[in-house]
Design a protein around this ligand. Sequence first.
Ligand code: A2R
Ligand code: GDD
Length: 315
Amino acid sequence: MKALIIGGGGFVGKYLAEHLMQDRGWETVVTKLPKETVSVDGCEIYNLDILDQDAVEALLIRLRPDVIFHLAAQSSVAYSWKNPQLTVDINIHGSLNVLEAIRAIEDYQPKVLLIGSGEEYGVLPKGLSLVSETTPVQPGNPYAITKAAQNLFGTLYAKSYDMDITMVRAFNHIGPGQAPQFVVSDFCKQAAEIAAGMREPVMRVGNLSAVRDFTDVRDVMRAYSLLALHGKAGETYNVGSGRAISIQEILERIIRLSGAAITVEVDPAKLRPVEVPVIQADIAKLQADTGWMPEIPLEQTIRETLDYWRSTAEN
Ligand code: A2R
Ligand code: GDD
């Protein structure tokens, strides 16, 4: 099996490449942006900007992968409020370029995984706490709108052109190496720097009342490869833990694990114009079709993320 990871220069790309090569034994090729560096042993690497459809098509003709994992995105909800145009360009226009490039190649039918988001669901209808794939989407921010659009295009292309596309709605995934603009990484970095005496003992936070569904990135990678093997064409799958936890609780765990005396201050710049209060995945469909179960406890992921930032703070 030959796999191509598009947008592999980010957080998930490295974990996915390692998983596909080491756990699955698949030949794996990664694309990244020219400014990025990717170092995964044994992996072929190409520069690719998904806004250039000709370049996407040329690479696909050259490689003809059996499976394509489309990760490339503007992935920050917070930044999507600041630059909705760029978010639309990359997440909608860029994804369409990938789909159109595949369609333009004769006799080519790869499995495609389009990575969307649990954010697509937005504010839940009253009385509902878990979201399943049939829950109507009501995206509550620009990022979520772009991922909902990507999902609609994927569904449409699978049905209209008989393409083997499976859509994923990934809920919050975390782990060592994630950029510090995301909450667990952000809090762990601040805690590690406070413990190392590099900053005053004040943790700057955003909205602590939000409730989210967190999964270790390594568990999420297993779900992606299982979906590449068993996910149905034209179908959407939630990938999350099925458990929800408040950001307040996450903060308390990180402070406790850091062992430092830390006070907490809300930073108004970290509050978003609108916040979806609760996002929690119903993962019954994923489990029924793939047998996947999350394995890594949240406490372990937080500890390892804190250790990652501790070692960075020491160097
Ligand atoms: O935005 P950058 O400079 O960090 O680069 C991101 C890259 N990317 C692109 N790749 C090709 N052509 C483009 N025009 C383009 N624009 C951005 O996609 C980054 O290296 C990668 C996405 O990685 P992360 O932002 O680290 O996201 P992560 O956590 O790896 O999530 C993977 C997927 C995304 O579709 C998320 O929206 C979803 O999972 O949750
Ligand atoms: N980043 C950040 N920093 N978030 C904070 C903070 C803070 O100081 N304080 C509270 N939060 C809250 C945010 O308001 C949000 O409700 C929650 O923590 C998680 O925020 P992020 O970690 O920034 O992630 P996200 O939920 O906006 O988006 C991530 O998960 C999505 C899937 O649910 C990203 O990885 C997306 O790409 C992904 O689709």
